[in-house]
Design a binder for this molecule. Structure first.
Ligand code: V0D
Length: 268
């Protein structure tokens, strides 16, 4: 079932204030792992007659907001789809611009991330990134390696099919060398050869800007996740929309957890 957040609920005098909603959400079961497809930066810019890259740049502010808020809510892992294996097909100057964003983001926000006990991690093919991008990320990963708060996991040059292809190659190699038996191949072994082997599966996937597809993102890992789609462009996404998505998640998992109606169909 795909439910969408269409727009901000109209504010009315009887709507609960943001802080009360945050308290309630924190008391319920907060998702451990939230994954986000940060879409709509280009369209946000176009709407304002700005170049696409202005939208990408603005999107960094949302990354900062959402990271701080996820940390406050007690979320364990926030995975952000920052650059896909398909994104190399974009115009050269746009790719070059994007590759400068991790460095700029970290120059601005790394001190804050360290202070707030956030741990920076990455999934994806690191080796194909420009050296300056790799260095910026590597530095942040090392500087936050002992933090045990939120894991801020960037999917960079990540593609799920490539991840699955590599998993098959690694397992085949083990079988060929008689290190494993075919009967040893199970879900657990497969998971241990994915880039997310050290992480729990996402409980919640959010995609912004109205597109309703996965775009080669965590195909295996999202098998049981709740999906929330919103029409809001990533630069306009904020704490309130994030809270709305989590409220939706909590509503669904409560429904799913209770032994009533559709779950408990009486058979004759
Ligand atoms: C552009 C919206 C932060 C999505 C957000 C190269 C598209 C802003 C990072 C980042 C991007 C990555 C790794 C890291 C620290 C920060 C980032 C890219 C794009 C892809 F360690 N924002 N951001 N990386 N955008």
């Amino acid at each position: 079932m795909l439910e969408k957040i269409w727009r901000k609920k109209p504010t009315s005098i009887d709507e609960e204030p943001f802080s009360v909603r945050v308290d309630k959400v924190r008391k319920n079961s907060v998702p451990i792992h939230v994954a986000i497809i940060m879409d709509g930066n280009g369209r946000w810019a176009k709407l304002r007659n700005l170049p696409r890259v202005a939208g990408h740049h603005e999107g960094m502010k949302t990354v900062r907001k959402v990271t701080r808020f996820a940390n406050q809510l007690g979320i364990g892992v926030l995975t952000l789809y920052a650059f896909s294996t398909e994104n190399w097909k974009r115009p050269r100057f746009e790719v070059d611009f994007l590759m400068k964003l991790p460095g700029e983001f970290l120059t601005t926000y790394l001190p804050e991330l360290i202070k707030e006990n956030v741990r920076v991690e990455m999934i994806g093919d690191f080796s194909a990134l420009p050296l300056h991008t790799r260095n910026a990320i590597k530095n942040a990963m090392e500087a936050t390696a002992y933090n045990d708060g939120l894991i801020l996991n960037f999917a960079m040059n990540y593609g799920s099919r490539l991840e699955l292809v590599n998993m098959v190659k690694e397992i085949s190699e083990l079988a060929k060398d008689d290190k494993i038996d075919l009967t040893d191949i199970d879900e657990c072994l497969i998971e241990s050869h994915l880039m997310t082997s050290h992480l729990p599966e996402p409980d919640l996937l959010i995609r912004t800007s109205g597109e309703v597809r996965l775009s080669n993102f965590m195909l295996w890992q999202l098998a049981y996740s709740e999906f929330v789609f919103t029409d809001v462009y990533w630069p306009d996404f904020d704490e309130e929309y994030f809270l709305e998505a989590i409220e939706e998640f909590q509503m669904r998992s409560r429904r799913f957890g209770s032994v009533t109606d559709e779950v408990n169909i009486v058979r004759s």
